[in-house]
Design a protein around this ligand. Sequence first.
Ligand code: SF4
Length: 193
Amino acid sequence: MRTEAWTAADAIGLNPTQLQILTFLVARGRAGMRVKQIAAYLGVSQPTTTDSINALLRKGLVEKRTDPSDARALSVAATPAGETAVRQAGQLASATEDAIASLSKLEQQDLLMHLVKIIRNLQTAGAIPEQRMCVNCRYFQPHVHDDPKAPHHCAFVDAAFGPAQLRVDCAEYDGAEPEAQRTAWHVFNRAAS
Ligand code: SF4
């Protein structure tokens, strides 16, 4: 994946950190995000994030706009040109996707479950920042439905969903309080074990 990221970023004239930030912003949509939050979520230092965003601004791939939650603050959002660049990079970086697509649906689901557990354990150990995934989200209600194909519930869209739809980077994510995260994880992990 690292090799692919270097190749894809190079092909569209960016470095891997710039592409990582741009990809993250495209997933956030037009609302964008503040520089401090981008640095925190990606685990990149604030000066490096600022330098990368300045480079993306010069290339017209991102723009600064008033933060929707605070008129005095600025957030950074991807422009249509930024969205196109990420699409191009995604088309170039297909080897990993092809490798994952070669797994059976059940293997893909198991892989996702293992990844969620590894990410959660890394978070708990303080090795990586909190990620915008379902198991950390205040809208996540694990194992509240009897249907084994869709046992979880997302209160944001008010819909049931299954293990194959667990998200690891959701635009609608809103972090739950630490105690609520621990409780949800306990229910999710106990039933999944
Ligand atoms: S809002 Fe997103 S992260 Fe939160 S539970 Fe729903 S799908 Fe998962």
